[in-house]
Design a protein around this ligand. Structure first.
Ligand SMILES: Nc1nc2c(c(=O)[nH]1)N[C@H]1C(S)=C(S)[C@@H](COP(=O)(O)O)O[C@H]1N2
Ligand SMILES: [Mo]
Length: 156
């Protein structure tokens, strides 16, 4: 029987959830409709050695801000309580802190890339890019989930 599953469509969707006003499914088209940045990153992998890739896509912070993180808008340092959990299709996951990517703090121009080495990632899903990272672990491919969390519950 010919499969008519929604899998091909689901492949280019990312669940953006957590402490945001508008949890949403992000599509590659949505990401492509936002202001685009380009960057070339070089990093070292313990198993595959020196890697170098070109990426294009929106800034991660623009994507997150569009979903409306539940900060206290009146206090800049309130944003420093927040973490961004990012997970790939294979289960690989990593945490980025809000402070790292916020222009008023670390200002790392992290991307949620829609193209890798000038090829569209529609078949794979977007790619987290962390410029400046010396190892490849946070350049997460095939991102399927992003969750914004506050640290408060961790303090008990
Ligand atoms: N989804 C996912 N992304 C991942 C990984 C992974 O295991 N799963 N490994 C990371 C590591 S450790 C490295 S070094 C780079 C390697 O990227 P490249 O070989 O495509 O250049 O991918 C990163 N992104
Ligand atoms: Mo790696």
């Amino acid at each position: 029987m010919k499969s008519t599953s929604i899998e091909p469509r689901a492949r280019d969707m990312v669940a953006l959830t957590g402490e945001v006003r508008e949890p949403t499914w992000l599509t590659m088209d949505t990401l492509r409709s936002m202001a685009q940045r380009e960057t070339t990153v070089t990093f070292e992998c313990r198993t595959s050695g020196l890697r170098r890739h070109h990426f294009r896509g929106p800034l991660l912070i623009d994507v997150l801000r569009a979903a409306g993180p539940l900060f206290d808008p009146g206090e800049r340092k309130d944003r420093l309580r927040f973490m961004i959990l990012v997970r790939g299709r294979d289960g690989h996951h990593a945490v980025v802190s809000w402070g790292e990517v916020d222009p008023e703090f670390g200002d790392i121009p992290a991307l949620l890339a829609v193209s890798l080495d000038h090829r569209d990632l529609d078949e794979q899903g977007p790619h987290l890019v962390m410029p400046g990272d010396r190892c490849g672990g946070r350049h997460i491919s095939q991102v399927t989930d992003i969750k914004v969390c506050a640290d408060d519950p961790l303090w008990g």
